[in-house]
Design a protein around this ligand. Structure first.
Ligand SMILES: C[S@@+](CC[C@H](N)C(=O)[O-])C[C@H]1O[C@@H](n2cnc3c(N)ncnc32)[C@H](O)[C@@H]1O
Length: 390
């Protein structure tokens, strides 16, 4: 069985690369796999990267335009769908114009695709913070919309995946929601992490050095730092950041900030890296554990489990952004393999989600608990103020 997959907010293709690598056979030897049908993103470099690496033979299948202008009715029918929807609009949930409002949250375009094609399964990705956005109401709203989408509705399995527990050399925690069409006799279970024990985690040093990166590797340009930055880095121990005690006064940054932040934070060679991000100014480019410099894009791509032959198109900052926003292909492969196994009726080790059971009820209870806690805190504060006023 080959699932033709469409994707919105496709990015450089981390999710799609992982999906294309997932292949499963059922007891009768039938192959279950995923084939790219079409993809959409509005960033030109990002679309070029996707075309070059995922579908070089069909570049026109990547439509580069704002999703709000995309004519979904003209897209080729699909039976699988993925979307890592941007989350910056969530604060509007509740007071938005609805699915058709121009400024409505972008996830609603994913719902439109589900309504249009009723694919057999979908995979949606977002940051861990989605759970608490709008006091939990955004997540509940999104899940409700997803569950009711399409001709048949979807059985949902949301889960917070910790990718370091799946062999990714990076602490990256993302909510992934898998939806399986309700009329199908298919049950998806969350694949059990093989690297649950921190002693098994893949370190950044292993990722960067076990198979050394060639000097002429793609996207492997080094940054030239100011002498002051190099000198400051020399005082920061592996795992430390710009607030390390060891930095002499004259080299310290003259900014206030969270001491736990990732500013000039160096990797720890024996641990997975901290989360690879795509934006941020000076001091946020992730710093090597041994050498006094920022990582190159190729090194960041390694921490994201992109193979070295995956070429990112665009200038250094554009490539950095693309890498930082992607789903690590290895993580995507493992989850898509589990979906394919579910369709192939092959059993595999699994775990429960923290939102298992009646998801809607659990989330509603969480929202209530949060409100009660906030009300309790307010009460405590009122009491303190009253005491202080006496
Ligand atoms: C989190 S990234 C997706 C990464 C992708 N899932 C991967 O694994 O490579 C979100 C993407 O949404 C795109 N995007 C944001 N707003 C958009 C819009 N209005 N229309 C189309 N694409 C948009 C961004 O350019 C970015 O590439």
């Amino acid at each position: 069985m080959k699932f033709k997959k469409g994707e919105l907010f496709c990015g450089p293709g981390g999710l799609s690369l992982g999906a294309s690598q997932a292949k499963v056979k059922n007891e009768a030897g039938e192959l279950f796999s995923v084939e790219h049908a079409w993809a959409n993103d509005f960033d030109e470099n990002t679309c070029e990267t996707f075309r070059k690496n995922i579908c070089p033979e069909r570049p026109e299948s990547v439509i580069c335009e704002d999703v709000r202008k995309l004519d979904i009715t003209k897209l080729e029918p699909i039976d699988a769908f993925s979307f890592g929807f941007p989350c910056n609009d969530f604060s509007n949930v509740g007071e938005k114009k609805g699915f058709d409002g121009e400024y409505g949250p972008l996830y609603t375009y994913g719902i439109k695709v589900l309504n249009q094609f009723s694919p057999k399964w979908f995979l949606a990705e977002n940051v861990g913070g989605l759970e608490s956005a709008n006091d939990g109401n955004a997540f509940l709203q999104i899940l409700t919309d997803m569950a009711n989408a399409g001709e048949h509705g979807y059985e949902l399995t949301p889960h917070l995946y910790k990718f370091e527990q799946y062999g990714v050399p990076q602490a990256r925690h993302r909510i992934i929601i898998v939806g399986i069409r309700k009329d199908l006799d298919v049950v998806f279970k969350i694949p059990k992490p093989k690297y649950e024990d921190p002693a098994l985690w893949v370190s950044s040093k292993h990722a960067l050095e076990d198979d050394p990166i060639r000097d002429d590797a793609l996207n492997h340009d080094f940054t030239r730092h100011q002498n002051k930055v190099v000198e400051m880095l020399s005082y920061i121990p592996p795992g430390g950041n710009a607030w390390s005690e060891e930095i002499p006064e004259h080299l310290r940054l003259n900014v206030k900030g969270a001491r736990l932040s990732n500013i000039y934070r160096r990797l720890h060679p024996d641990l997975p890296s901290y989360t690879v991000t795509g934006s941020g100014g000076g001091g946020t480019h992730m710093y090597h554990y041994d050498e006094l410099r920022a990582l190159t894009n190729r090194e960041r791509a390694r921490l994201q489990t992109f193979p070295d032959e995956f070429e990112f198109i665009g200038g250094k900052e554009s490539v950095r952004k693309q890498i930082g926003m992607a789903v690590p292909p290895l993580g995507a492969k493992i989850i898509v393999e589990a979906i394919l196994n579910s369709f192939a009726k092959v059993t595999y080790p699994s775990v429960e989600s923290k939102w298992s059971g009646d998801i809607k009820k659990t989330l509603e209870e969480n929202i209530k608990k949060r409100k009660d806690r906030a009300a309790g805190k307010q009460l405590d504060l009122d009491k303190e103020l009253q005491e202080a006023a006496k």
